[in-house]
Every structure is written in structure tokens, then in C-alpha cells.
Design a protein around this ligand. Sequence first.
Ligand code: ATP
Ligand code: MG
Length: 437
Amino acid sequence: MSSLSSPIPSVSSDSKADVVLIVDDNPTNLSILSTALSSAGLRFRVAVDGESALAQAERTLPDLILLDVQMPGIDGFETCRRLKANPATQAIPVIFTTALADSDSKVKGFALGAVDYIPKPFEQQEVLARVQVHLQLRHLTESLEQQVRERTAALQQAQVQLVQQEKLSTLGELIAGIAHEINNPINFIASNIAPLQESIASLMELVQLYQQEYPQPSPRLAQAIEELDLEFVLADTTKILNSITLGTERIKNLTVSLRTFSRSDQSIQMLADVHQGLESTLLILQHRLKGKGERPAINVIKHYGNLPEIYCYPGQLNQVFMNILANAIDALEESMVQHHNAVDPQIQITTALEADWVVIRIADNGIGIPETVQPRLFEPLFTTKPIGKGTGLGLSIAWQIVVEKHQGQLEVTSQPDEGAEFIVKLPLAPPDTASGI
Ligand SMILES: Nc1ncnc2c1ncn2[C@@H]1O[C@H](COP(=O)(O)OP(=O)(O)OP(=O)(O)O)[C@@H](O)[C@H]1O
Ligand SMILES: [Mg+2]
């Protein structure tokens, strides 16, 4: 059977010395039990009635309790009931020691949550054997519970990742799809603007030529010219064409940005320009930066350094910028509400090359983050926002992408009421070769 023991964590006597609490009002019993436990290298403490047993158990949790049934004051059954009702002590295994060998008492003991009973008078070997079995069971249970907790946490983490990846790829595909669909008609319009401009210019020249050749139009023509306000139409047509050209350019840039942002090549590492990623993300957040009614616009101040392109997963980095910037906007909106718009909301984006790192700092002057909350920011599902507003995933995803995917660093500093700064540090070397080849 020894082959079975290897996966089982080491338990009982060679782990930290177990402490057994003996509860008995009879000095002879106490002496027999304590001698038996000492002989096996177990530590023990003693209580002579139920009340003091409860107090002791709560003060320093024993690993097991040997509990006499018949005692002055509250008896063993009542003591057991209270131990099991208290969340702090309910997991401690209780073994009854009893001279009541009738099965009613045994049943009652088990019903109250005892794990075993030892009949009196004591047989030393039996006491030890039972105590050790239950100590071992307790250790195994603890280690199993620990494993379940760890696995559950790992599963939760994996689930969060899956949900987010799913969300990202759906969103990415949607954006890429829309950008693509807009691209065709807009190209169509864009490529027709120049010929249209030429045709209109020729028509205008023709009209001017007519005016020169026939300075005295017929009355019908003169009336039509006046009704049309020919001078104005001629001047305005050029303006209209210019603004169509400008609008078309803007839409074309937007589709390029949308495609940059949603790069469907999320699993492929490539050389990319961090500034381009920041710009396309800002463009997508444009509608949230603009002022609305009383609410002032958020001013984005950029201090872009001279950065080389870096090997990275550009689509995922955009997601990091998106999450950090969206949080900054949330924090600024909240601050505007708190200060009745009497603030100058700002986001400062600073980029620099520092040693072998590309460093991107995104700072806002919003509500800031209380110090007590800061260590929890990157935990999955941690949010201070109302239900329906925040899922608490943004920063945990950013952490995964920066730290795990890019071997980078993600830091935060904040003064409550003064704002927060998130610092993304990305290694210049590609993630796969970060350790050096
Ligand atoms: N710039 C900031 N200023 C103030 N608090 C912030 C800032 N960025 C993050 N936080 C705090 O960190 C918490 C976690 O952010 P995270 O982005 O992970 O989740 P969320 O924004 O609440 O939800 P979502 O999943 O929608 O992003 C926020 O709820 C907020 O309390
Ligand atoms: Mg967020």
C-alpha cells in the first residue's frame, strides 16, 4: 500500500505538532488521555468543563477535541452543538469520550456532528489509533479543500479570460466588418470627387464664357439667373465640394483607425507603432471625450517621445489602452459630477524610451483611487462601479496582456481626489525572445 502514499501530502506526526483539546472533569481520565497523547508526540490542552472548552477552542483552534459527555454545567452534547454552530470552530473534529454505551447516546453524538466516540474505560492503544486516524482525515480534508479553492480560482481566471477573449474577438470582427463595409462606398465617393470637381469647373467656365459672349441675356434667362442667385451658387459649389472632400477623408481615416484598432491578427506578433495604437484608440473614444451640455470636454494632452516600433500583439495592446483610457474617462466623469463640472478634465499621455523599455504613462485628474483599494485593482471582477456599469475585468485583462503576454509591467500611482496614473512598460525585445536567445 505504500505506493499509494506518495500523492498524499505528508500529514500527522511529521507535520506541525497537532494540538488536541481534552475536555473532561475527571482528573483520572485527564491523566490517562494526556499520557497517551504525549507518548505519541501529540500536544494537548485541557478544559474541565464545556464553557471553558468553548472559550479555549475559539481562542486557539485545536486540531481535534476529545469531549466528555457527562460534565457539570453544559454537558458534552450541548458543548458539541455550540462548537458546530460557531463558524470559527465548526470544522474541528470532535470525538466523544463516554461511558454511555447505549446506542441512543452514540446516535445523538453523531447527529450533533461528532466524528467518532471512544468508550470508557479507556484503552490507550484504541484512543491513540482513533485520534490519529481523525487527525489524518482532518489534514487530508484541509489539503483537499485548499486544492479545491486553488482549482476554483484557476477556473474562474480561465473563465474570465475566455469570456473576455470571446468578447474581444466578436467586437474586433464586428468593427473590422463595419470598417470594411464602409470602405467600399467611401472609396467610391472619394474616387468620384476629383472628376466631379473637374466637370463642375468646366461647367462654371462655360457659364462664365456665356456671360462674356452674351452680356445681355434674354429676359427669360435674366430672370432664371436672378432666381437661382448664380453668383452665390458658383461660389458655394466650390465650398460644398471642399467639405465633401474633407468629410470623405475623415471617414477614410476612421476606417483605417477602426481596422488598426480591431486587428484580427491578435495571435500574431508583429512590429507595430505604439503611437498609432494610442491614436486609433483615442479616435474610437472620441465620442466620450467631447463635451456634452454643461459637461466640459476632456482635454487629451500628448507628450509623445521618439519611439521605435516594437514587437508586440498590437490588437491586444490597443485593448490595454482602451481599458485604461475608458477608466480614466469614467474617473473624470465621476469627478465632474462631484464638482458640478467646475474642473478642467485632462488626460495626459506620455511616451518615452527608457533603457530597454517603451514606457507609456496615462494620467488623469479624476477622482483617484483610495490607497486601500489599490492592491486589488488588477483582480478579476474587482470593481467599484455600480452594477451594469463595470464588470471589473478591464484592468485584469490589461494585466494579463501586459505582464503575461508581453513580459511587461503595469503599475499604478494615485492620490485620491487628484487623479491616477497608469504606467505600461513594454520590453523592446519581442516577448518570445525576451529571455534572450
Ligand atoms: N483612472 C482611474 N481612476 C480611478 N479609479 C480607477 C481608475 N482606473 C481604475 N479604477 C478603479 O479600478 C476598478 C477596476 O477597474 P477595471 O477596469 O478592472 O474594472 P471596471 O472599470 O470597474 O469595469 P470594466 O470591466 O467595465 O472595465 C474600477 O472599478 C475603479 O474603481
Ligand atoms: Mg474599466
